[in-house]
Design a binder for this molecule. Sequence first.
Ligand code: FAD
Ligand code: UDP
Length: 385
Amino acid sequence: MDKIIVVGAGLSGATIARLFADSGKDVTVVDKRATIGGNAYDYVDKNGITVQPYGPHIFHTKEKEVFDFLSRFTEWNAYEHRVLANIKGKLVPVPFNLTSLFACFSKSKAERIYKILVDEVGLDKQVSILQLKEHENAEIREFADYVYNNIFYKYTKKQWKMKPEDLGEAVMSRVPVYVSYEDRYFTDAYQFMPKKGFTEMITNMLRHPHIRLKLNTDAEKIFSFADGKIYLEGKEFDGIVVYTGRVEEIFGYKFGALPYRTLKFKFKTLNRSSFQKAAVVNYTTSHKFTRVTEFTKFTCEKKDKTVIVKEYSKKCKKSDMPYYPIPTEGNCALYGQYKSEAAKYKKLYLLGRLADYKYINMDVAVLNAMKLFDKISEDNVFAEE
Ligand code: FAD
Ligand code: UDP
């Protein structure tokens, strides 16, 4: 093992490992899975269709630095993500926009709401549903109630077993209401899919003479942490550990498990070239699953078969994959206890969706890894090596 060990070969781990390697440091990356890429892992199935077994992943960012960094490892296909909501059988764009407004209300009612929204919120503005529900104008509140009940309430209950207002802006503002005809799910400047998939991109990130990759290697089995000292296979380890797994794992769950939501995926290959009108359809008023994704719609390839996946959300048990941290005040406070515990280890660094217990997108995972690399370099920990 090298003097720098990165636990996790997801986007966070792969980014920081690559930055260490580019700066001339030897680094070992371990992952307990047999595959790289963490939840962004994808593969090409026997019909030549790229499938994402851990759920739909679409790349988008406003950060040029992130886009430029990843562009070293992949070519891209331009892809702008559009999602439809199935409201009692009617398909309308989500984020709920002015097209959705005119599809859901009579012409005269929609024109009235349109005018009030433009006057009170402003044309081309985006606003969160929680803010809209509290608006001082009663007609806007009435409109917000419609959107809340038909787009957010049931989907959020299915996904989180919580009400939107209990989750708060951190989650709800991810999907605003658009006072415009904008119909893209994201408005970031850079919206692309890696031409040969995320696995290929992350493989290229990890392909470097200074990087050694050890898959099927569980950090829980090789590391132990006690009294401010890190032990690797029983011997004291004085190198750097960047850890991107669940933070509770390395401290024996001493303060209890941090709650997560997990997903059950039901995949189907269908003998037809198209299943639905958009890459993703959200079931916002009915069904037990939250959304249906059709992977062939992420690429430009025309196939005579298609693959869809339905997502069912449930409480995460210890043996399940932890997908979504639940960012309530209580959970964040519990996370704080682990963070303080980790701070006792000088060369242990937490990074990524699990170790930071943050609901972040891929671009933020990359950006945070870049920031941590800069911090470790500034801390001058290397000087001690
Ligand atoms: P992960 O991808 O979780 O990687 C962590 C790695 O650490 C895993 O490979 C794991 O096996 C390994 N590991 C954990 N514990 C140990 C251990 N003890 N020993 C060894 N290895 C260990 N982001 C977007 O930008 N766009 C999207 O469309 C999008 N869609 C998503 C859909 C779903 C269903 C989910 C769950 C997430 C989505 N994301 C999306 C978020 C994206 O997956 C994350 O931001 C990104 O993958 C975070 O990377 P990471 O490396 O921090 O974590
Ligand atoms: N959401 C909703 N209805 C929708 C889309 C999203 O209620 O049609 C809520 C839901 O709580 C969801 C959150 O907004 O978990 C964030 O949505 P996003 O699409 O960003 O979820 P992700 O792709 O990360 O699962």
